[in-house]
Design a protein. Structure first.
Ligand code: AMP
Length: 299
């Protein structure tokens, strides 16, 4: 496995592979790799000839009160995982290499970046969009893989790639979870034992919302109350948001219909957890003017 730290060297490598007709895959990460990242890497490995994993803790997507300095950076373990998974290039630039003195450019999206995570973390998606654009320009991948765990981010990258004609196919891989439902995250290591026990409440709340939809409930107010009540039963957890929204635009919905996303973010102590479920709302069958669920017309 080749380790590249200099952006210009990354661009030279990708230019050579493009000339040779080799397809390139990219999995962008902030390191502290876990089984969620491994699943993305395996997915990408199957879709390209040469695979790049980037490890870069991007300062521009952290707010001033966030965990940039204490974010875990176990580089030797990350290198070993990438080598084991047959990664061709581990791209691990320094902060100074990515943002040299004089760097001025930002890439910013509109509505999609302002909702949900954007309200709680105002500059987050500008940082994400800027670094992803830069990575795509350097690596020029044919396919880039993101996790559904960060669903708003994945939608934003799909939009960005389309809007700027960046030419990569954006693949979104399902969320990898612990057996108790907690979505894997590099930040889970911050949880104390008691907090870790409380953390699956977010997934339980989203599942409760999903169960409500399956039972025929369509009103956002009711679905939202069910999700909030689930989190309220866990004293260590505070809600940032729990929402029912359109799965494509992330606009909030008054009623569940079509493809919807249940989105959630909670805080447990200083740790922030996010998660989501995508649900196709079953259409109610109409019989004799009345609406019933799951019944055939008998006449
Ligand atoms: P991060 O290192 O947290 O920036 O994440 C890098 C990529 O891994 C992003 O596309 C995330 O959505 C994805 N990812 C993180 N956790 C998971 C998970 N539990 N399951 C699937 N993908 C994940």
């Amino acid at each position: 496995m080749n380790i590249i730290t200099v952006p210009r060297a990354m661009a030279v490598w990708s230019r050579r592979l493009h000339r040779e007709g080799v397809t390139i895959g990219l999995v962008p990460t902030m390191g502290a790799l876990h089984e969620g990242h491994r699943a993305l890497i395996r997915k990408a490995r199957l879709s390209c000839d040469a695979l790049v994993v980037s490890v870069f803790v991007n300062p521009r997507q952290f707010g001033p009160a966030e965990d940039l300095t204490r974010y875990p950076r176990p580089f030797a373990q990350d290198r070993a995982l990438c080598a084991h998974e047959g990664v061709d290039v581990l791209f691990a630039p320094s902060r100074e290499a990515m943002y040299p003195p004089g760097f001025q450019t930002v890439v910013a999206l509109q509505e999609l970046a302002r909702r949900w995570e954007g309200t709680v973390r105002p500059h987050h998606f500008q940082g994400v969009a800027t670094v992803v654009t830069k990575l795509l320009c350097l690596v020029r991948p044919h396919v880039v893989v993101f996790g559904q765990k960060d669903y708003q981010q994945a939608l934003l990258v799909q939009r960005l790639v389309e809007d700027l004609n960046l030419g990569a196919r954006v693949v979104v891989h399902p969320t990898v979870r612990e057996p108790d439902g907690l979505a894997l995250s590099s930040r889970n290591v911050y949880l104390t034992t008691a907090q870790r026990r409380a953390a699956p409440v977010l997934y339980r709340a989203l599942r409760a919302g999903w169960a409500a939809i399956r039972s025929g409930i369509r009103s956002e107010a009711q679905i939202s109350r069910i999700m909030h009540d689930t989190v309220a039963a866990e004293p260590l957890a505070q809600v940032d948001y729990l929402a029912l929204c359109d799965a494509r635009t992330l606009e909030p919905l008054r009623r569940a219909a079509g493809k919807v996303a249940l989105l959630g973010a909670i805080r447990i102590g200083k740790v922030r957890l996010i998660d989501n479920l995508l649900v196709t709302v079953p259409a109610k069958k109409r019989t004799g003017g009345r609406i019933r669920l799951g019944e055939q017309r008998s006449d």
